[in-house]
Design a protein around this ligand. Structure first.
Ligand SMILES: Cc1cc2nc3c(=O)[nH]c(=O)nc-3n(C[C@H](O)[C@H](O)[C@H](O)COP(=O)(O)O)c2cc1C
Length: 181
């Protein structure tokens, strides 16, 4: 029997589809979930932390070395968030997939990933050539082998103008895949 998933960490990375994270936050909330957003620096080039903080009603995590609100204690946000019921990376860049597959921890999101035992879901979004690139595919296989679940990208019009595979899965499909687990 599947366990109840309520606390979601949504990792947002530097894809042109990052703006869709706003909709994904809303869809999780409509399904009764509590969502905390973690953004890479790249993601903040595409959608502001303010937007996602407002929608989620929470602080957005991005800076590994952020000071606590009292200006003294260092926040251990990655440890606190590691207790989430699920970590969902959507959209996931080729870069974050590569870092996750190789155990790197050079930003908040990748550090959280290796600190957590929560189920991990990855929804890639990228240009078709990037998605089919042998190294990217090898990294996807490593993650799958270790139990990371993929919400596969679909065929559609890509930001580069061509129609191909690499389009982020629909927000509803992402939410359904996570909550049915
Ligand atoms: C306009 C633009 C759109 C981009 N879209 C994507 C994308 O959809 N998928 C992807 O993997 N990388 C994309 N990139 C490249 C990433 O932003 C870049 O690899 C970055 O280092 C990712 O960092 P992050 O994974 O830490 O967010 C794009 C870059 C630019 C300038």
């Amino acid at each position: 029997m599947s366990r109840k998933i309520n606390k979601i960490v949504l990792g947002v990375t530097g894809s042109i589809a990052a703006y869709k994270a706003a909709d994904i936050v809303r869809r999780f909330q409509e399904n009764g979930c509590d969502v905390t957003v973690v953004m890479t620096k790249g993601a903040a080039e595409f959608i502001t932390p303010l937007t996602l903080a407002t929608l989620s009603g929470k602080n957005v995590y991005s800076d590994m070395f952020a000071r606590g609100t009292d200006g003294q204690a260092w926040e251990m946000g990655h440890i606190e968030l590691s207790k989430a019921d699920a970590i969902v990376v959507a959209p996931a860049t080729a870069n974050i997939i590569g870092k996750m597959a190789n155990g790197l921890a050079d930003d908040f999101l990748t550090t959280l990933f290796i600190a957590s035992r929560a189920p991990i879901f990855v929804a890639p979004s990228m240009n078709e050539n990037m998605y089919k690139n042998a190294f990217v595919q090898a990294n996807c296989q490593i993650l799958k082998k270790h139990g990371v679940k993929f919400i596969e990208p679909v065929k559609g019009k890509l930001a580069c103008g061509i129609v191909g595979v690499g389009h982020l899965a629909d927000a509803d499909d992402i939410v359904r895949a996570v909550l049915k687990d």
